[in-house]
Design a protein around this ligand. Structure first.
Ligand code: GAL
Length: 706
């Protein structure tokens, strides 16, 4: 037998063994996802790590969690060493005790699979489960997330502990739901480059391409003699072991594989748990809010709701002079508007309670900012918000990380007080919830979608042409432009129905095919207002440029040719003018040549192409197509041009300051102010103000009902 064939057979038999052992081969239990009662609005809860505290304090802590107004407690996340202190010997007595204490207080319980923190007996006996980083170093015990989920043996162990948890608690009415693993990511060292991952990558490629010839063709391997003779010769692309530029097509496939691999691992655990809990308990994982390597949409059907983690203030700049204390409304909103569309139900699993310890600088949040984030989550539809963590640790790697209570273990922290306030406010709204409340037509007329593709993001990030180009920042500029109009926004993936939205923005959607462009065209012809932005349509799905004019497939749609593009090294800045406003730009600008019937909206005012078109629009069928070929420095051009599209469509909009969001949720209007100045809330005279004032201060919140 050829060594490659032998390896494949061995790998297959191991997979089958794991599948049989763990039930992986079972399909996810059919049935409707767990449904969160709308009248509950949003529940609030907190992480608690019983094993980190003396057992005699457990009853006091649980009672105080309840007294603070919390409604659920989250436990067991990294506790594998306590759940299975030695191989095959489980100990759940401590967890049973804490579940009983929580239930006695009327707190719901969220449990976790502990796979992000393997016990030392496991990794000592089987070091082959430890991940290998890009430099070839094997990770070791002493922190967390050191194991590779691509190693079948690791999955075997994970499968056993997940099944043990499912057997014990899957039918327990005190348990509300489950979190799988923790922020699946390998902490930026992604992927694992160990032998199991290499095997998995090759299997993925074999499955995708069938023959090595097809792979060589679609990776453009004729150049630099990159051709392979066999899939077994391929390794996961890794700059640490490649002396020159990496192949962009192999990189794109590696990112696709990694996203599929992590989704498969989440599904592997979910399928085991489902056998025990069905949909009577919900299952989710806590995705990072913007960790582009893992695509939450891939597991949308597996989970009952999609949850995510966010730490808005950790020394990052964010928008405005107070952004470093307030966080970014754009980031919070974009994540919420994306996660919510995946399967319709969303929540925040970790929300920063105060100062953290892992940023380069860890400032205090602005007074009231924690409540502001909670209410931003409420406005964006969260079914629950959980905070990391209850007690500020006195030992371990997260010293200096705030909790809901301080170092004495009982006194509410600054953030703790704000959680209590938010919980009181939500509880006061619940009796006012009405099942028949519907958003007003003036609001739904503004409904917009932003087209979001992880593959585009990966490909753009692999080949920026200007290191200052920021794909995520480009998307956020359009999200901010829409929120300033007071528009409800969904961030949608390609599989969604565009027709549900009067406005559709497609930012930098680089990888296209004829079918996708035809869908955009049909959307506009049928009355949609389509906005495409720079870098859209430049490549096919493999990441190849088109043979023909630049961005060939979209030229008829936008009514212009793209003659060339430019990008400037810092500190050079160029300018573009729209109407009477001039805007700086430097990262990307396309020089457009409009066809007859296309109107120029903006033109360059300097460089050797001064006077050339930068943005154009044209009517199409019952709708319109606008192409914005430049990425401005501050998003003001994007805000101006998007506003223009709404004006030409005759749709009435608001004129809200940046960072001041006004949203409708379940019959309530919610205004949240991330702007450094106080803002007037658009509260009609007849409305009933329930929270806050008409003049909303910085970090303030106003809630009203009409
Ligand atoms: C998150 C992580 C938590 C905790 C937290 C600290 O990224 O999921 O486990 O470490 O950071 O802020």
């Amino acid at each position: 037998m050829k060594p490659s064939l032998l390896r494949a057979v061995l790998a297959l038999s191991l997979c089958l063994r794991v599948a049989l052992l763990t039930g992986q081969a079972q399909p996810t239990t059919p049935g409707a996802p767990y449904s969160f009662p709308p009248a509950d609005l949003m529940r609030i809860g907190v992480y608690y790590y019983p094993q980190a505290w003396p057992a005699e304090q457990w009853p006091r802590d649980m009672a105080n969690i309840k007294k603070m107004g919390m409604e659920f407690v989250h436990m067991g996340e990294f506790d594998w060493a306590f759940m299975e202190p030695t191989e095959g010997k489980f100990d759940f007595a401590w967890l049973d005790q804490n579940i009983a204490l929580a239930a006695a207080q009327g707190l719901k319980v969220v449990l976790c699979t502990p796979s992000a923190a393997p016990p030392v007996w496991l990794t000592s006996a089987h070091p082959e489960v430890l991940m290998i980083d890009a430099a070839g170093r094997q990770m070791q015990h002493g922190t967390r997330q050191q194991a590779s989920w691509s190693v079948p043996l690791y999955r075997e162990y994970v499968g056993k502990i997940v099944a043990a948890l499912g057997r014990r608690y899957g039918q327990d009415p005190r348990v509300w739901g489950w979190q799988i693993d923790n922020e699946l990511s390998h902490y930026g060292k992604e992927p694992d480059y160990g032998p199991a991952s290499q095997t998995s990558f090759r299997a993925w490629l074999r499955n995708k391409y069938g023959t090595i010839g097809a792979l060589n063709r679609d990776w453009g391997n004729a150049f630099w003699s990159q051709v392979y003779q066999d899939f077994d010769q391929i390794r996961i692309p890794n700059q640490q072991e490649e002396v020159a530029q990496m192949n962009p097509h192999s990189l794109l496939d590696a990112r696709r594989w990694f996203a599929d691999e992590t989704a498969g691992y989440l599904r592997f655990q979910t399928d085991i748990l489902r056998q025990y809990c069905g949909h009577n308990q919900w299952i989710t994982t806590n995705h990072m809010h913007d960790f582009a390597a893992v695509n939450p949409a891939l597991t949308g059907k597996d989970f009952d709701l999609v949850t995510w983690t966010i730490y808005p203030v950790h020394g990052n700049a964010n928008e405005g002079p107070l952004g470093f204390r307030l966080g970014s409304s754009a980031t919070l909103s974009f994540a919420a508007d994306f996660m919510r569309t995946i399967n319709g139900q969303t929540g925040i699993m970790e929300l920063q309670p105060g100062q953290v310890n892992w940023g380069e600088v860890n400032p205090q949040p602005y007074p009231g900012a924690v409540r502001l984030w909670l209410m931003r989550a409420f406005a964006a539809g969260a079914k629950f918000v959980c905070t990391y963590r209850y007690r500020e640790p006195l030992s371990g790697p997260e010293l200096y990380h705030n909790g809901l209570v301080g170092t004495d273990g009982v006194t509410p922290s600054i953030g703790g007080e704000q959680f209590m306030q938010a919980m009181r406010e939500i509880a006061a709204l619940r009796p006012l919830w009405r099942a028949d409340a519907r958003p007003p037509a003036t609001y739904t007329a503004r409904r917009a979608a932003i087209f979001y593709s992880f593959e585009d993001r990966w490909d753009l990030d692999n080949h920026k042409q200007n290191q200052a180009w920021d794909t995520y920042g480009h998307l956020l500029k359009y999200h901010t432009a829409l929120k300033r109009l007071g528009a409800p926004v969904d961030v949608i993936t390609e599989d969604k129905d565009f027709a549900a939205y009067p406005f559709l923005i497609v930012p930098a959607a680089q990888l296209v095919d004829a079918a996708l462009v035809a869908r955009w065209q049909t959307y506009a012809e049928n009355g949609g207002h389509l906005i495409l932005t720079c870098r859209t349509g430049q490549k096919d799905r493999r990441g190849f440029l088109w043979e023909g004019p630049w961005a060939r497939p979209i030229l008829d749609l936008i009514g212009a040719r793209i003659k060339s593009y430019d990008t400037l090294p810092a500190p050079n800045v160029a300018h573009v003018k729209a109407g009477d406003q001039t805007h700086p730009w430097s990262t990307w600008g396309e020089i457009l040549d409009p066809a007859a019937g296309t109107t120029v909206l903006a033109h360059y005012t300097d460089q050797f192409y001064a006077g050339a078109a930068a943005a154009v629009t044209r009517p199409l069928g019952r709708g319109s197509v606008t192409y914005i070929g430049v990425d401005s420095a501050d998003g003001a051009l994007e805000a101006q041009l998007v506003r223009g599209v709404y004006a030409r469509a005759g749709v009435a909009v608001e004129d809200l300051a940046e960072g001041f969001c006004v949203d409708w949720r379940d019959g309530f209007w919610v205004a949240t102010n991330f702007n450094a100045g106080a803002q007037p809330a658009p509260v009609p005279a007849r409305a009933r103000l329930l929270v806050g004032d008409r003049n909303v201060p910085t970090a303030g919140v106003a809630i009203w009902q009409e």
